[in-house]
Design a protein around this ligand. Structure first.
Ligand code: BGC
Length: 878
């Protein structure tokens, strides 16, 4: 008998089981550390009426996304779930796990009575409009046993009940294709309520709904002109009765102390207008400074409840705080603060001073000549202002904006800026960390840390390109190149799954997948939407990347239609030749050979890349079809992939084994996508790629498309040494060039900061793009040597390929089966390797210069003779 119980159950990808969007949430649990295996489990479900059902002993090692065994949950239904397991040889099961509760959200549109409400006063739609607050008072006559608040907004919101904040999520409801899909969160507010008088209210901001979005000045009101809160408070009393307080015409609205607020531009808050009791009963009396609170009846707007969707994913919230690494008082009396880390977030200040003092906070990712470099922000002002109320120490942080920054300047600070009075608060989707990487080289370690920070900086409810400038869009190409890295480092499956639902909503009837999702107007290059290779392919590639990471076929099923429609479109555009050789393409975006002002004009033929992606995506759709049991589709798309690969060879492979487009990315994509059809041709292509890398001084020559592929292509063709030469290179362009020039995140361009210390001249220059950080996936799988050999890591491959002078490296990942890990170190001519395989999983250890070993679950140590020559001449890394 195992004496230790499993972890409490979890449901779907929900962090807390509250407000689940399905009636039959799948159940997962973790075995206690040190467990040998699981041979059976039993689930016990107790519903709200105390009815208990159990599965009985189910002989299965499965413990991830196990089907719901009970009656489907109705809206709001809550069930207690426990699990216990049997291990090999154990007669008795483990003790029951601690209980976990699965609670459904409002699963039926009919459940909604609330309607969007907001300020009814006239507004100037050409400028930033004054945000509103809405409120309502109500009385509770009977004891409360439970209360739930279901809330969302046309805009963004922060809710309060009886003066206390509800939840700690930020920028909710996040950004989705609002016309068709608006997410709402569920909050347990039982403890906020009192018998007698209560009050509820919300701060509102424009957010993505009507705020300025996009570049070239952007566009307002993309989803609507109103700023409204939609909320339904359901209070269950001791007698089973329910009181519902829903947003409707009985609510009041007033202009909030926030004077202006925008995601790009920042927030202006007038502390003198504070009225701390506004969300308390009797609190509509007026501002502290005696000014009457001009609360007026709300305007009631429309929202089709069919478009309301429960958001049971991790919210955006503050995940950490950074104190300034340095504070410099400048001659003009302003302060320059360096937080030592480029982040997505905002500042929180604690300040005391005369009423009306205006403290201005400006943000930027880099400083040039001792001042903030704001050119890269383009038309994002990234400036917050707080007007002091003067009578006491105030703590303030903007609510409805977020900045990408490492540095900030503060002007107008009353007196001396004392240590601790300003902190940077880091905001992003609170994805559970899932993976780690370490290595002996401090520069490579910093590179990996930069990747992790860039992933954090670009996950704000959706995967974005960058957090600082007037963009921050869900670029599809970026998502597909960095998803594997992000999925190794964080459990961000739910975020990508949700975003793919928006990709499907924005997909055009002909199958075109936009450049970025959600879609905003973007100037002639991006509007109207056109199909682009590498970007549109996200619809076919990301679902499989999610499946590889989780082993969850539902992720393939949910996104199968859009993936197939995309590949069908490209097949139509390519025609019987299977060559997609016409039309606009982004190619190998930001190939260092491309002129700064024309990033699409890289060395590698754009249509070579387009045809390569047709084959690659068709292969992915075929894989998805076979997992889902769509046999005919699996064969058809496999055939299409084969035909496109043959067409690729026919058009681009020359008799001497070279490619017609003789660039690093051409070979990397041909090898990594398996387009050359035989090992000999692949070897020769690898040799040519290694030669090109050599001839380029071991500096990188790839953009967004080639960069995630080049190290694997070199590794799989016996050139891991060249891959390490690229990795360890510090000259520009290279990954470590940025690190040696002070980068704390991954730069958009190889030379966002030029060797002479100047900014890249082009307006599109960010210092926090994940795309080039996709090399981290190779660091995990090849440098450390941990990779799934089967979707969901049921079978693992440990294939470390040390090099580059590294003397040690390690990686670990929280798989659906438990922690998998590898750590190696070299001493003299010995390679020591420690490997951890989760219970019920197996692994192959493919150590350099050594025959493969099949390993069962558990921890294993191996010592093998090691020398770089031996390692690199041993079989290919593939
Ligand atoms: C974005 C990139 C994107 C690219 C495509 C840029 O403006 O920042 O992330 O992939 O455009 O052209």
């Amino acid at each position: 008998m195992t004496h230790v119980s499993t972890s409490p159950a979890t449901f779907e990808y929900s962090p807390d089981g509250l407000g689940l969007g399905t009636a039959c949430p799948r159940i997962s649990w973790r075995l206690p550390d040190g467990s040998t295996d699981q041979v059976a489990y039993e689930l016990e479900i107790e519903d709200a009426d105390g009815m208990t059902t159990t599965t009985g002993r189910v002989a299965s090692p499965r413990r991830s996304l196990v089907p719901w065994p009970g009656e489907p949950l109705g809206s709001r239904a809550r069930a207690r779930v426990r699990v216990r397991v049997w291990t090999t040889g154990a007669e008795d099961p483990s003790p029951w796990s601690d209980p976990a509760w699965a609670e459904a959200a409002l699963l039926d549109p009919e459940d909604w009575v609330a309607r969007p409400v907001g300020g009814a006063w006239p507004e100037d739609e050409t400028s930033d409009r004054r945000p509103a607050r809405v409120r309502r008072e109500f009385t509770i006559g009977r004891p409360v046993v439970a209360a739930r608040l279901y809330a969302t907004a046309h805009g963004v919101y922060e809710a309060e009940i009886n003066g206390a904040r509800v939840g700690d999520d930020a920028l909710s409801p996040g950004w989705t294709v609002y016309g068709k899909r608006l997410k709402y969160r569920t909050y347990d507010v039982t403890d906020h309520l009192v018998q007698g008088g209560n009050a509820i209210g919300a701060w509102l901001g424009d957010g993505w709904y009507r705020g300025r979005l996009g570049f070239h000045g952007g566009t307002r009101d993309i989803y609507g002109t109103d700023q409204s809160w939609l909320a339904q408070l359901e209070i269950r009393h001791d007698d089973g009765s329910v009181t519902t307080i829903a947003t409707d015409e009985s609510w009041l609205a007033a202009a909030s102390p926030i004077l202006e607020s925008g995601l790009y531009d920042g927030e202006v808050h007038d502390g003198r207008l504070a009225d701390p009791d506004w969300s308390r009963p009797g609190g509509a009396g007026g501002h502290d400074d005696g000014e009457p609170g001009d609360w007026t009846p709300v305007a009631v707007r429309h929202r089709d409840p069919v478009t309301l969707e429960p958001d049971d994913e991790p919210p955006v919230r503050c995940t950490g705080e950074l104190a300034p690494a340095s504070v410099v008082l400048r001659d003009d009396g302003s302060y320059l603060l360096d937080f030592g880390q480029n982040v997505a977030g905002r500042l929180a200040i604690t300040v005391t001073g005369p009423s009306g003092t205006r403290v201005v906070l400006r943000h930027a990712e880099v400083i040039i000549d001792g001042d903030l470099a704001t050119r890269p922000l383009r038309q994002a002002r990234a400036t917050d202002e707080y007007i002091l109320r003067g009578d006491r120490t105030q703590r303030w942080e903007p609510r409805f904006t977020i900045h990408g920054f490492r540095y900030a300047t503060i002007t107008g600070w009353p007196g001396t800026l004392a240590p601790g009075s300003v902190v940077a608060r880091v905001y992003h989707t609170d994805m559970p960390p899932a993976g780690e990487f370490t290595c002996s080289d401090p520069l490579v370690q910093r590179l990996h840390d930069n990747v992790r920070w860039s992933v954090r900086g670009n996950m704000v409810g959706l995967p974005t390109d960058c957090p600082a400038r007037d963009e921050r869009l869900g670029w599809t190409g970026d998502a597909q190149v960095f998803a594997p890295t992000a999925l190794f480092l964080f459990d961000c499956t739910a975020l990508f799954d949700s975003w793919l639902a928006d990709v499907a909503l924005e997909q055009l009837p002909d199958g075109t997948v936009p450049w970025y999702v959600p879609v905003v107007p973007g100037g002639p290059m991006w509007t109207p939407v056109r199909p682009g290779a590498g970007w549109g392919d996200a619809s076919a590639l990301v679902p499989v990347q999610l499946y590889q990471a989780t082993g969850d076929p539902e992720l393939l099923r949910r996104h199968y239609g859009p993936a197939r429609a995309w590949v069908d479109l490209v097949a139509r555009l390519a025609g019987p030749s299977r060559l997609w050789d016409t039309g606009f393409q982004l190619g190998d975006w930001l190939d260092p050979a491309a002129p700064p002002d024309d990033p699409a004009a890289g060395a590698t033929d754009q249509h070579l890349i387009a045809t390569a992606y047709l084959a690659w995506s068709a292969r992915h759709v075929s894989l998805a079809a076979s997992v889902l049991g769509h046999r005919a589709d699996a064969e058809a798309y496999s055939a299409l992939a084969g035909e496109a690969a043959a067409a690729f060879r026919g058009r681009y492979l020359l008799d001497d084994g070279r490619l017609a487009s003789d660039g690093q990315t051409a070979y990397a994509i041909a090898i990594a996508f398996g387009l050359l059809g035989d090992a000999g041709l692949e070897r020769r292509a690898g040799d040519r790629l290694a030669q090109l890398v050599h001839d380029n001084g071991y500096r990188i020559g790839t953009g967004f498309v080639g960069t995630p592929l080049i190290c694997d292509a070199l590794t799989s063709t016996g050139h891991v040494a060249e891959a390490y030469r690229l990795l360890m290179q510090t000259e520009c362009p290279s990954w470590l060039y940025a690190v040696t020039h002070g980068a704390t995140t991954v730069w958009e361009r190889w030379d966002s900061l030029r060797p002479d210390g100047t900014l890249n001249p082009d307006g599109m220059t960010s210092f926090n793009h994940v795309a080039f950080g996709s090399v981290a996936d190779w660091l995990h799988r090849v440098v450390a040597g941990l990779a799934p050999a089967e979707p969901g890591y049921r079978k693992i491959i440990f294939r470390p390929r040390p090099g580059g002078g590294l003397t040690s490296a390690s990686a670990s990942h929280q798989t659906p089966w438990g922690q998998a890990a590898i750590a190696w170190r070299i001493t003299g001519e010995l390679l020591h390797v420690d490997m951890t395989i989760p219970p019920n999983c197996t692994a192959t250890a493919d150590l350099p210069g050594h025959d493969r070993m099949e390993l069962p679950a558990g921890t294993h140590h191996a010592e093998v003779p090691y020398s770089p020559e031996l390692a690199h001449n041993h079989s290919s890394g593939a």
